[in-house]
Design a protein around this ligand. Structure first.
Ligand code: APR
Length: 247
């Protein structure tokens, strides 16, 4: 795989890197993207029927079962070479922050130490009424359990369409943008706001923006470098070319 020499130089000179990731990064682990997952049993549902507060109010059992299915699927897969290449970067430069839209926890499982989960984590639970975290829930399909404090229905601790991002995560993402030299944008269609504005903000702050995606995205014009390819192939090759072969 060939990379522009000045891209490799910028990587070697970098002290801090931020990596913004989306569903494309988990795809190679076998987790279908949100939209692709609606096959088989779930083909009859649209995202709006499964991942909105309205959907949960209307039909909590269906939404809870959809998440029980996804949790099981995620438990059975492993991080892939894209996740591992990001972990490897941590050993090569001063600091790496992962800012992810993925809720599967694979970056942490791979070993990344600074991970900002903008859309929450699928294994967390919160109460749909009092919004407090609820621990110790067995994630079985069926009727959602109830909150021990207020008796509201328990729901997954993820950000649904139309909901605000967790403020603490958003602040940490903004801080990472302030201090980073390089901003990678990997495996995201960059369509879902407000997370999708991060690459724009990074560029406005003068960061080097590198886009990695097999398909064109609306953010290709924002990036100084666009690498077409799969994250699990491009990221390991980039780590080798920038740091390992250069050593
Ligand atoms: N490597 C890199 N990118 C890939 C790969 C791969 N192997 N395979 C697919 N892609 C790219 C696709 O080309 C697409 O641009 O990953 C992107 C996936 O886009 P989306 O499915 O829209 O995922 P994402 O951008 O993470 O969506 C954001 O929307 O579904 C909601 O809340 C959910 O967090 C999610 C948000």
């Amino acid at each position: 795989m060939h990379f522009e020499p000045d891209l490799l130089e910028k990587l070697r000179a970098a002290r801090r890197i931020a990596v913004f990731t989306g569903a494309g990064v988990s795809g190679e682990s076998g987790i279908p993207t949100f939209r692709d997952a609606q096959t088989g049993l779930w083909a009859q549902f649209r995202a709006e029927d499964l991942a909105t507060p309205e959907a949960f109010r209307r039909d909590p059992v269906t939404v809870w079962n959809w998440y029980a299915w996804r949790r099981k699927l995620i438990r059975e897969v492993m991080p892939n070479p894209a996740h591992l290449a990001i972990v490897q970067m941590e050993r090569l430069i001063e600091h790496v922050t992962v800012i992810t839209q993925n809720v599967d926890g694979l970056h942490r499982r791979a070993g990344s130490s600074d991970v900002v989960e903008l859309h929450g984590n699928i294994f967390d639970n919160i109460c749909s009424a009092c919004r407090q975290p609820v621990e110790g829930i067995a994630d079985e399909a069926g009727t959602p359990p109830t909150c021990p404090r207020c008796n509201g229905l328990v729901r997954p601790g993820v950000v649904w369409f139309g909901e605000a991002l967790p403020e603490a995560a958003w602040i940490r993402a903004a801080e990472a943008l302030e201090s980073t030299d390089i901003f990678f944008c990997v495996g995201t269609s960059s369509l879902v706001e407000p997370a999708a504005s991060l690459p724009r903000d990074a560029r406005a702050l003068g960061r080097t923006v590198i886009q990695i995606n097999p398909a064109p995205t609306s953010h290709d014009q924002i990036a100084q470098y666009v690498v077409r390819g799969k994250a699990g192939e491009v990221l390991p090759a980039l780590v080798r070319a920038a740091w390992i072969h250069a050593a």
